[in-house]
Design a protein. Sequence first.
Length: 80
Amino acid sequence: MEPLNVDVKECARILGIGITNAKALIRSGEILSIRQGRRVLIPLSAIAEYEQQRIAQAKADRAEHQQRVQRRQQFSRRPA
């Protein structure tokens, strides 16, 4: 049976980032966390939600980049 929550170290491993970056994301509230006494646990659903947000942002960035490239190409094709 897979756990519902993981610790910060496991969260960092899942995301492929360092522990310090994982802690910063948790502190800033970008990743939801639960405190149980002194332990900080991160629900797997919160990790999945964060990944979905990153994917959506990457798609938006790519679309914006493609628009800029198209605009540049339009301006470079003008006859002199």
